[in-house]
Design a protein around this ligand. Structure first.
Ligand code: GDP
Length: 442
């Protein structure tokens, strides 16, 4: 979402970094460029102006101008200001009992999806969530929540078809939750294309009845400034406690994300980064600022991987490698792990400087779908062949190629590569050298 803003910032800062001695004029010029970049990214005017003014004030201080690397100092000042604008620290949810979360927002913002994503997250954290369908206008919305709840394996309370009393539904859901031992209730409410009075009236009543500790506005980051004004409206009506910004994976300009906190005064608590139900991250302003500045977000990357990789599987596979027992079955497990991580591009995008590297990669280099072919070959082997690759002679290779829809040549290549990989694993010294050559530790 922030790639063009990141590029412009990178350019402006590069100019500053290059100058040995910085003058007031250098700073003014660079900040002017940065201000334009922010406005081009659709950052609200007042927010951009204030941000630049604060960085400028701080930059003009004696210490910065006289420091050894004034350019770096100014980047740091900007990073601090950006973090402040984004909200400072992450603000966690208030989940003290009775923990109730009211999800509000316009249709299409991602309310239902986010409710399910949040339930999944809370369940992973050891809580017992219950999803409650409170959209009585669109039966399809209820069905959608029920389906998503099934996918994340979280119980759901859905009203009968034709039910019109949302307070009754809420009351029944609360008793249902108590009976089932739920520790946090997430209420997915009706949305509209735009804010209308009837919707707001219903929300006010529901809000009054539930007294939720959290009322989260789900806003589509791709709608830019509109998302900011929607947040303000909902806040005036029902008093929101936080914001979930969705579709941060899109290529909109990102200004909404940057203006949201400052304009509404409400913290962004989570961010949606894709349609999949595990693509909801906690929103950490400083990590986001780093990401915008092209400094990457290693912490989120590690968290995202940790969430998807089964540690036990990974350890077992590691151990087998060290013992020289690694076979095609382990290989298959590893391939599944990689595929679980989803598109590599999203993940690697969190790496410092990745945007720059990406441009130099050959097309398709990050395409995990190529793994499918390799996987097909391994799946066409018998269990014995996978466990003892050395028995795979010519006739077997022919059968595997036919079974996997590949060529004999592709099968030969895979088996050869696998044998080399195995040899390497048995020889830790060689492995170390290889890691060193690749620039890794070891
Ligand atoms: P609701 O009407 O507010 O309940 O919105 P939905 O939950 O039905 O979501 C609308 C569409 O946005 C669906 O196609 C979702 O898959 C999609 N969506 C939701 N969150 C995200 C996100 O973070 N990234 C992307 N790319 N799509 C999202």
């Amino acid at each position: 979402m922030f790639s063009s803003l990141s590029d412009s910032l990178d350019k402006s800062f590069r100019n500053l970094r290059g100058v040995g001695k910085i003058s007031e004029k250098n700073i003014t010029d660079a900040l002017r460029d940065i201000r334009i970049a922010l406005l081009e990214a659709d950052v609200e005017f007042g927010v951009a102006k204030e941000l630049i003014a604060r960085v400028k004030d701080a930059s003009m201080g004696e210490e910065v101008l006289k420091s050894i690397k004034p350019g770096e100092q100014i980047v740091k000042l900007f990073q601090d200001e950006l973090t402040r604008v984004l909200g400072g620290d992450n603000v966690p949810l208030d989940l003290n009992p009775p923990a109730r979360i009211l999800m509000v927002g316009l249709n299409g913002a991602g309310k239902t999806t986010t409710s399910a994503k949040l339930a999944r997250r809370l369940q992973k954290e050891g809580r017992r969530p219950l999803l409650v369908a409170c959209d009585l206008y669109r039966p399809a919305a209820v069905d959608q929540l029920v389906t998503l709840a099934g996918q994340v394996n979280v119980p759901v309370f859905a009203p009968e078809r034709g039910e019109t009393d949302v307070i009754k539904v809420a009351r029944e859901a609360i008793s249902f939750g108590e009976r089932e031992g739920a520790t946090v209730l997430i209420f997915d409410t009706a949305g509209r294309q735009e804010i209308d009075e009837k919707l707001i009236k219903e929300l006010i009543e529901l809000n009054k009845f539930l007294q939720p500790k959290e009322t989260l506005l789900v806003a589509d980051a791709a709608t830019g400034q509109q998302a900011v004004s929607v947040a303000t409206h909902f806040d005036e009506a029902v008093g929101i406690t936080g914001i979930v910004l969705t579709k941060l994976d899109g290529d909109a300009r990102g200004g909404a994300a940057l203006s949201m906190r400052e304009v509404t005064g409400k913290p962004i608590k989570y961010a949606g980064e894709g349609e999949k139900l595990d693509q909801l991250i906690e929103f950490h302003p400083s990590r986001m600022a780093d990401r915008i500045l092209g400094m990457g977000d290693i912490v989120s990357m590690v968290e995202s991987v940790a969430d998807k990789v089964n540690e036990e599987d990974a350890m077992r596979s590691m151990k087998r490698m060290q013992e020289g027992k690694f076979d095609f079955n382990d290989f298959l497990d590893q391939m599944k792990m990689i595929q679980n991580l989803g598109p590599l591009e999203g993940l690697l995008g969190l790496m410092p400087g990745f945007n720059k590297i990406k441009k130099q990669l050959p097309a398709g280099a990050l395409d995990t779908s190529k793994l499918k072919k390799t996987e097909a070959i391994v799946l066409s082997m018998t269990p014995q062949e996978r466990a003892r690759p050395e028995i795979i002679k010519a006739s077997r290779r022919q059968r595997i190629a036919a079974g996997s829809g590949t060529s004999m040549q592709q099968v030969n290549q895979l088996i050869k590569q696998f044998a080399e990989m195995r040899k390497m694993m048995k020889n830790p010294g060689k492995m170390k050298n290889m890691m060193k050559a690749m620039g890794g530790g070891g």
